[in-house]
Design a binder for this molecule. Structure first.
Ligand code: NDP
Length: 310
């Protein structure tokens, strides 16, 4: 069974690509091994998304994901819960359940949180022992001492959110933040303690996180904490297309042209997996790139009269 378009990754970019392909009458499937809705459901389901246009009072991430999924289903997009193992240059997608040919492919595999790689981190992460990469349920940190690391929007939003229930210290390696002004202002108005020009060097404890070692210039000091949230950026989910030889940047993100085409014919990319100077990892950008990819695939496959060059 073949598709006109296979979208790999069911986050906002992938679902949007699916919706806009289906709107153009293309037979399209979106493959996802985790949860459809991507980070909206998997990383920050309870967050109030305040900067997605059309929702001036904000919308819960989980609810927005459900709306994307419903719209995709209503449009006739096939949502397939299968793990993609490989994408080939011949436009075949191999999954844990089968192999599917397509006339075009959209890669929308997104990113995952970056690990810091410091001593102690691996001992306590992914097992609820005190090292986390997001805080989707702030109440779980109630009454605790939490160290948040990073100077971007994720770190500042996490610190402010946690400060409602916990004693929070934010550590950033520079004098200035890279987060948007609105988040910096919210941080200033919160009760979060801020340590600038400071780096986290080690995390320790016997069975769970109990302390951290920090450095500010020559000064080294230890703090007692119950938990550490690392919000130090993201790395691309690039494993499944590693063998394709797509042109990528030094970070491993895929280079595309303005039509979201990659360096391999018939393969497009959309969302956070895409490279770009100052690339905006925003929902609204991911959704827009999905639409642009879908539209250009339609033009490539059907060559409508209005798309012919004169
Ligand atoms: P960013 O890449 O923006 O920020 C990562 C932060 O981690 C930076 O401050 C960086 O420091 C710091 N960092 C990276 N590596 C290290 C290290 N080894 N040691 C110490 N610090 C380190 O990631 P975010 O997740 O914050 O944001 C990603 C994107 O998503 C951005 O475009 C952001 O705007 C967007 N976003 C938007 C939101 C919204 O619209 N509400 C919410 C959350 C994210 P340095 O600054 O020195 O490089």
């Amino acid at each position: 069974m073949g598709y006109d378009v296979i979208v790999v990754g069911g986050g906002p970019a992938g679902l949007s690509a699916g919706i806009f392909c289906a709107e153009r009458g293309l037979r399209v499937a979106v493959f996802e091994s985790g949860s459809f809705g991507g980070a909206l459901r998997a990383i920050y389901p309870n967050k109030l998304v305040l900067n997605y246009p059309g929702f001036p009072a904000g919308i819960k991430a989980r609810e927005l994901a459900e709306l994307f999924i419903k719209q995709a289903r209503d449009y006739g997009v096939e949502l397939r819960r299968e793990r993609v193992l490989e994408i080939t240059r011949e436009l075949r997608v191999k999954t844990d359940a089968g192999e599917y040919p397509a006339r075009a492919i959209v890669i929308a595999t997104g990113t995952r949180p970056r690990e810091l790689g410091i001593p102690g981190e691996a001992e306590f992460n992914y097992a609820d022992l005190g090292v986390y990469y997001s805080a989707p349920e702030p109440e779980r940190f109630s009454g605790k001492k939490v160290l948040v690391v990073g100077g971007g929007d994720s770190a500042l939003e996490t610190a402010v959110e946690l400060s409602r229930v916990a004693r929070v210290t934010l550590v950033h390696r520079r004098e200035e933040f890279r987060a948007v002004a609105r988040n910096v202002e919210r941080l200033r108005q919160s009760g979060v303690e801020v340590l600038l020009n400071t780096e986290l060097e080690e995390i320790g404890g016997s069975e769970k996180v109990e302390w951290v070692r920090l450095r500010r210039g020559e000064e080294e000091f230890t703090r007692r904490v119950d938990a550490v949230v690392l919000a130090v950026g993201h790395v691309p989910n690039s494993e499944i297309f590693a063998k394709l030889g797509l042109e990528c940047d030094s970070d491993g993100r895929i280079k595309t042209d303005a039509a979201q085409r990659t360096s391999v014919k018939g393969i497009y990319a959309a969302g956070d997996i895409v490279s770009g100077v100052g690339h905006l990892e925003l929902l609204v950008v991911a959704v827009a790139q999905g639409a642009v990819a879908a539209h250009n695939i339609y033009m490539e496959l059907y060559e409508p009269y209005w798309a012919q060059r004169r």
